[in-house]
Design a protein around this ligand. Structure first.
Ligand code: ASP
Ligand code: MG
Length: 631
């Protein structure tokens, strides 16, 4: 059997190193690996927030606002708190002294910065290195005190990089032998390694880019050919979508490197994207685990993901971006324009998030970070001034306030119709697609949409691809007379039937009657709806009710007009335009002037929404039937 010099590399992120509770969990994870006689080493990030604090302190010092003591004291206190909790009083002073030595050194660096009133990238790297050195030193002392055979490893002696301060590249030909020979000599100890930092050939401290501790873990894992790399973070692995935006998101048990790369590129922050590379090259699986839910299996990233029951693997998004559109008839057939464009962007270090070119070659459009949009505009006007002058390029437009959603999965190669499904669900919900791009690997379809639609879009896409069984319909009920009450009663009675046989979940999110109105996005209990409206509702004002409803921009929204009022139909058209279907027994509205009806039906046809009319809502089942027709 192949015997490993080292079987596993564990890496703990900032939140895992950030508090008494999390460090407790880190200790037990390390202890259980030790008890299982696993050969392993551990990489640590700085305590959560410390890297940012150090950068902030450096920035303040460079403006000669002297050294900001409150930041340093805060960092110091957080470390002391851990010592006081985990180390018996008799042992504390020695450990406190070690931490103080580092903090004093840190103060000296800040002093230097404040004296010369400048912080270079090189100094900045030295400054932030204290974050990882402090946290690793701290956890080393805690574990040592517990009697574990630990060894503190300052990764600057092993990880050699170029001098690209702030985001240095690892020199593998020097680094790998250093790591290998170090571990040959230290294979009986549990090595605790500072993440994120390295050094160049002059011995100057460098860093691997923000979030770079993951990269450190991958570099060590690859050099030592470990069986597995474990990234311990504060969420349950990689999720089908960002759980803060999509409450139905769930953990992806298994994912390929390529898929993980696409998802992280498009904003899934669980792992620092470059970290996948060294592991991928050696075919070492990376397991993403949750320090706060340590028994949960998390996500395995490996060469091939195990068969997923879903066509896609995950959905991620970049929330803010700008789209640049370069157009002109002079670009047709002129191979040089895109070559020149991307050369210029590369030279100016502008990173391009997505590119899409119409096959007419009449325009090229690409997405960038909004912070650089003004700069890009200036660069393009300068570089293409001749083409603009001659009319070959007619315009350079920049559109802001956009987001991109990437739908990712190897399964898309085998299935047709994924993009059809994607576009149709977006269309049905009135979400305008500004641009699209599909990688030729067929691993990713990206759509650029307006930022205001992002959360709605993520939710409907997630619902379509992961939970097509159960669709949520958002109901706004106006009128709580006999008809409204009957409808409520029937919704209660039919709830289970609708879920089980029709795949529908009807969520009441808004109510109004002639006195009051109430909206609650998380849903109103159907059984208590009337009382809730009475007690929590605000004064009736249908204009603001409809405005709030539109503002919420919920997918699959239905407006049930259970009134007999002739004033309501004036809102219908606006509702259609906002992509809300209307269900009503209100024949006053339906017998509205012919022109209005015609307009309803035009809107209706154009946007895929519905005006559904039931004369007899007393038999509320018909309304339910109509509701089903809406989605
Ligand atoms: N502490 C560094 C940062 O915040 C590296 C890391 O956390 O991975 O970027
Ligand atoms: Mg981090």
């Amino acid at each position: 059997m192949f015997s490993y010099l080292m079987e596993k590399i564990l890496k703990f992120g900032g939140t895992s190193c950030g508090s008494v509770v999390s460090i407790q969990s880190v200790i037990s994870i390390i202890e259980s690996n030790f008890k299982a006689q696993t050969k392993f080493a551990v990489v640590f990030s700085a305590m959560s927030g410390v890297t940012n604090q150090l950068l902030e302190a450096g920035n303040l010092a460079s403006k000669r606002k002297n050294i900001d003591n409150s930041i340093i004291e805060d960092i110091e206190n957080r470390h002391f708190e851990i010592i006081k909790h985990f180390i018996p009083v008799t042992g504390q002073s020695q450990v406190i002294a070690q931490i103080r030595t580092l903090i004093n050194e840190l103060r000296d660096v800040l002093k230097g910065i404040s004296l010369i009133k400048e912080i270079s990238p090189k100094t900045s790297d030295l400054l932030v290195s204290f974050g990882e050195r402090l946290s690793t030193q701290l956890i080393f002392s805690v574990l040592q005190q517990k009697g574990l055979p630990v060894e503190y490893v300052d990764s600057r002696i092993l990880v050699k990089t170029n001098r690209n301060f702030g985001k240095s590249e690892v020199l593998f030909s020097e680094t790998n032998p250093l790591i290998q020979s170090y571990f040959k000599d230290n294979s009986v100890k549990i090595c605790l390694i500072t993440g994120f930092i390295g050094s160049d050939n002059n011995g100057d401290t460098t860093t691997l880019g923000r979030g770079g501790s993951d990269y450190t873990a991958s570099v060590f894992g690859a050099a030592l050919d470990v069986r597995e790399i474990e990234i311990w973070t504060d969420v349950d692995g990689m999720m089908t979508s960002d759980p803060r935006k999509v409450s139905a998101a769930f953990t992806i048990p298994s994912i390929s490197y390529a898929e993980a790369m696409e998802l992280t590129h498009f904003g899934a922050k669980v792992i620092y994207p470059p970290s996948l590379q060294p592991a991928f090259a050696k075919n070492i699986p990376i397991r993403v685990l949750n320090t706060f839910n340590a028994t949960f299996k998390g996500t395995v990233i490996s060469k091939e993901s195990t068969l997923s029951p879903y066509i896609i693997t995950g959905i991620s998004s970049i929330d803010h971006l700008s789209l640049v559109n370069l157009q002109g008839s002079g670009m047709i057939g002129v191979a040089g324009v895109s070559a020149k464009l991307f050369t210029v962007l590369a030279r100016e270090k502008i990173s391009v998030i997505l590119i899409s070119q119409a096959s007419s070659e009449h325009s090229i459009c690409f997405a960038i970070e909004p912070q650089v949009s003004e700069k890009v505009k200036a660069i393009l006007h300068r570089e293409f001034s001749a083409e603009i002058e001659s009319g070959d390029i007619e315009g350079i437009d920049i559109q802001n306030d956009l987001s991109v959603i990437a739908v990712v999965g190897e399964g898309m190669r085998k299935h047709t119709g994924v993009s059809g499904k994607l576009f149709s669900v977006l269309g049905k919900n009135g979400i305008n697609i500004v641009a699209t791009a599909q990688g030729s690997s067929e691993l990713n379809i990206s759509v650029v949409i307006e930022q205001k639609d992002l959360s709605k879009a993520l939710n409907v896409i997630h619902e379509t691809f992961f939970f097509s069984q159960l669709k949520t319909l958002h109901l706004f009920l106006v009128g709580t007379g006999l008809i409204g009450k009957t409808l409520l009663a029937q919704l209660i009675g039919q709830e289970r039937y609708l879920a089980k046989y029709k795949g529908l979940k009807i969520k009441l999110v808004g109510m109004a009657n002639s006195r009051k109105q109430y909206i609650n996005e998380s849903g109103i209990d159907l059984k208590k709806a009337i009382e809730i409206l009475d007690s929590k509702g605000s004064e009736h004002d249908l204009t603001s009710f409809v405005a709030d409803l539109k503002q919420l921009n919920l997918p699959n929204s239905i407006f049930a007009d259970c009134t007999a009022s002739k004033d309501i139909y004036q809102f219908y058209l606006g509702l259609f335009h906002a992509n809300v279907s209307v269900v009503t027994p209100n024949n006053v509205a339906n017998s509205a002037p012919y022109a209005l009806c015609a307009e309803f039906h035009q809107t209706d046809a154009a946007k895929g929404q519905n005006l559904l009319y039931e004369t007899d809502v007393g038999a509320g089942l018909l309304v339910i039937h109509t509701l089903q027709g809406v989605v």
